[in-house]
Write a protein of this length. Structure first.
Length: 312
């Protein structure tokens, strides 16, 4: 198996968000009580958790390409499976190995994280593989992407600390802070996930995958997506106002405002040029949405690392 083909199978660019998301949520958990500290035991757990998140994403990418090989012959013929650079058997070896390694990483951290990762394994397989292959249905596809990549990711990062025996709050329910952020992140991904489908209309149609743009048309699908890029981030200032989020209020309010503006910009770009999503090139709004995911994770971390003493 060629290294270059293996790298393209893993799609390294997509590994950044899950790794950063794990680390950011773990750091936020350490600052939840308003006095951020980074004990020595936490460093290893955060590093292993971030590695596990990246490995889990490699497995998800690989299993998706295995079951999408015929679709990719039309949509993305340059990928290593359609070109024959990697065989299906080799891709399965990568998939199984990285799924197992991700579970081992989670097991090494704590049981709560392992439970979340095992559930994520099931969802990522269900999206691509039989018998469910939820990718075939426009709504189920987005839900099975949004739950692991948007909703469960911040919960997993928080659980890296919260579920560890060394942490004083171990055994207590996860606080409203991370549930609020996870809800915002999950709703955002629920809408944003469909933007990757616009350039794949021909292959998805041939493969029996009725995606959002195939079901509703390009123009209407964009209008359905647009609110999900903006409205979820209202939960951050709302969380401050209602006491759901205990992080630094200024950081959360400013971060929420920045995400609202970025989301509005991405939505405007989509609505102005929806047809550009179908030409196979990288739409500016797609890049902006990926940046938004990273920015949201940094906002979470900064809001809880930044204690009142630091702000002063």
């Amino acid at each position: 198996m060629k290294l270059g083909a293996l790298i393209r199978l893993s799609r390294p660019f997509t590994l950044l968000a899950p790794a950063v998301g794990m680390v950011a949520a773990a750091l936020a958990a350490l600052g939840w009580d308003g006095s951020f500290a980074l004990p020595g035991w936490s460093l290893g757990k955060i590093a292993v958790g971030g590695l596990g998140a990246a490995l889990l994403n490699v497995a998800s990418n690989s299993v998706n390409q295995i079951y999408d090989i015929e679709v990719d012959r039309i949509n993305k013929p340059q990928r290593p499976l359609p070109t024959g650079e990697i065989t299906t058997r080799e891709a399965w070896s990568v998939t199984v190995l990285t799924y197992l390694l991700a579970c081992l990483c989670a097991w090494a951290v704590n049981d709560l994280l392992l439970l979340i990762v095992v559930f994520t394994v099931i969802l990522t397989y269900a999206y691509s593989g039989p018998p469910l292959r939820t990718k075939r249905h426009w709504l189920l596809a987005n839900v099975t992407i949004a739950i692991p990549r948007g909703f469960l990711l911040p919960l997993a990062g928080w659980a890296t600390i919260w579920g560890s025996a060394e942490f004083a709050a171990s055994g207590t329910p996860l606080p409203s802070d991370i549930w609020t952020f996870a809800a915002a992140s999950g709703l955002f991904v629920l809408g944003a996930a469909s933007t990757k489908d616009f350039a794949d209309l021909a292959g998805d149609r041939a493969g029996g995958c009725i995606t959002l743009p195939l079901r509703f048309g390009v123009g209407r699908a964009v209008r359905i997506i647009a609110p999900f890029l903006v409205l979820p981030w209202i939960l951050l200032p709302l969380g401050v106002a209602l006491g759901w989020m205990r992080g630094h209020p200024v950081a959360l309010l400013v971060g929420g405002a920045v995400l609202l503006l970025l989301g509005a910009r991405a939505a405007w770009l989509l609505v102005q040029r929806p047809e550009a999503l179908t030409d196979g090139s990288t739409h500016p709004a797609w890049v902006l949405m990926y940046v938004m995911m990273i920015v949201s994770q940094l906002v979470l971390a900064i809001s809880y690392v930044l204690t009142p003493e630091m702000a002063a």
